[in-house]
Ligand binder design. Structure first.
Ligand code: IMO
Ligand code: MG
Length: 427
């Protein structure tokens, strides 16, 4: 009884009040819904114009995001695409893996195209893991080994992504905070890591002294950009009202848990990666935008049930300029495009003639699925100048509404071309 009285009389603490009334700013998220290269950069660019903070939460410079502004084409790999927006802060979170030479190469290249003042707008988490040159070399050696042992490799970007996340998971990785601390200690740990790798890959040659020397220089260049990433994010969420945007890299079907394993990348590219890669509570995740192309592409190896190994695939590849931004490889193409007489949409997979309500986990099974399609008439008109839904050909509208109904998610924008203004806003 006494306890109850006491409970009734007590006032909620400041922390409880905060939790009830102010859970903080919400974070909008843009993710790839296919196998990458869906045009995430363009959607991020659109939303970044009204954002205060744009964050990367996973992946590394395996990503390649193109943003076209005033006919100038910027390519981003590690930098959030929001970096071109002079009003927003770009944040590279703890879930990202950073190859410092790659980061500076990217900065130099984009500076030549007109990027200015990036160093006033870029913040890097002290908890992000470092990709070393030898991680990239190991990525290459593992691909050679896969090819020799299994007759095929993954077709990675050879940016060292897999080996770096493997080090992170096996707790041998080095983070930006280590590079910022005692350099002697950092060097010892790097050398030990090299020895571990050389015991696994005797062919691996590493000039560790020269790599360390370069890193020492980079360390000083990035030092002013480094923050405690967890506190940075906490402050962004709980400080004054702010628009925060997360730019996903890679895509759902390349997610290490939900993608076409083992032909995937090494991070969680679906929404969970936003929470763990930045330190954001699930309750602060606001709108999540999945980006898809009207047809599908895939770079590298792996099951791709709707792939068009024919004239249609070639047409999509050339008309869509489907070449990887990161590796320059031709992208594999699956359906569809406006020049076609008819457009087919894959709506279900069948195994032994029976529809399966799920996406098969096993690659050999996925290689063999039969695809069930629905066919739509093509609109065969150029839509790149269209800016209003009502100006789209009815056949195109019909196709878009069908997709919307099937996926059960409202479509917010329809992209009709490369540059910033080539967008139809639906609501
Ligand atoms: P964006 O962000 C397309 C693919 C690679 C390879 C597999 C594993 O530009 O959409 P990795 O180097 O990550 O270990 O390679 O994942 N891949 C991508 N394909 N777009 C991407 O990113 C990709 N990131 C990784 O081609 O098949
Ligand atoms: Mg890309």
């Amino acid at each position: 009884m006494k306890h109850e009285t006491c409970f009734k009389k007590s006032h909620p603490s400041a922390a409880v009040k905060r939790a009830r009334n102010d859970s903080g700013n919400k974070v909008a998220v843009v993710l790839g819904a296919q196998w990458g290269d869906e045009g995430k950069g363009k959607v991020v660019d659109l939303l970044a114009t009204e954002s205060d903070v744009v964050c990367r939460c996973q992946g590394g410079n395996n990503a390649g995001h193109t943003v076209v502004v005033d006919e100038e084409e910027y390519d981003f790999h590690l930098l959030p695409s929001g970096i071109i927006n002079t009003k927003c802060t770009s944040f590279i979170g703890n879930g990202v893996v950073i190859h410092l030479p790659g980061l500076f190469e990217e900065i130099d290249k984009n500076e030549k195209r007109g990027l200015k003042g990036w160093d006033k707008r870029l913040v890097i988490s002290d908890r992000a893991h470092i990709v070393f040159d030898f991680h990239q070399a190991v990525d290459g050696l593992q691909e050679v080994q896969r090819q020799a042992q299994e007759g095929q490799n993954i077709g990675t970007t050879k940016k060292g992504i897999g080996p770096t996340y493997a080090c992170k998971a096996s707790r041998t990785g080095l983070r930006i905070c280590d590079l910022m601390a005692d350099f002697g200690e950092f060097s010892t740990r790097v050398k030990n890591l090299v020895l571990q790798y050389q015991s696994m890959y005797p062919a691996l040659k590493v000039d560790v002294e020269s790599e360390l020397k370069k890193l020492k220089d980079y360390a000083e260049r990035i030092r002013p950009l480094i923050r405690d990433g967890v506190y940075f994010m906490y402050d962004a969420i709980h400080g004054p009202p702010k628009k925060i945007l997360v730019e996903g890299a890679n895509a759902a079907l390349l997610d290490i848990d939900f993608g076409t394993y083992p032909f995937v990348t090494s991070s969680n590219c679906t929404v969970g990666g936003v929470c763990t890669g930045l330190g954001i509570p699930p309750a602060n995740i606001g709108e999540v935008y999945g980006v898809s192309k009207a047809y599908t592409t895939r770079v590298g190896i792996g099951a791709f049930p709707t792939e068009q190994l024919n004239a249609v695939g070639e047409l999509l590849q050339t008309r869509g300029h489907e070449v990887g931004v990161t590796t320059g490889r031709k992208r594999r193409c699956a359906l569809w495009f406006y020049v076609l007489d008819e457009i087919k949409v894959g709506v279900a997979y069948k195994i032994n003639g029976k529809r399966v309500p799920y996406f098969p986990a096993n690659m050999e099974v996925l290689q063999k699925v039969e695809v069930e399609y629905e066919t739509f008439p093509g609109w065969k008109t150029d839509t790149s100048a269209v800016r209003k839904w009502s100006d789209l050909p009815p056949k195109a509208q019909n196709y878009i509404r069908f997709v919307e109904n099937r996926i059960g998610v409202p479509i917010k924008w329809v992209g009709v071309g490369k540059s910033r203004e080539c967008m139809i806003q639906m609501f």
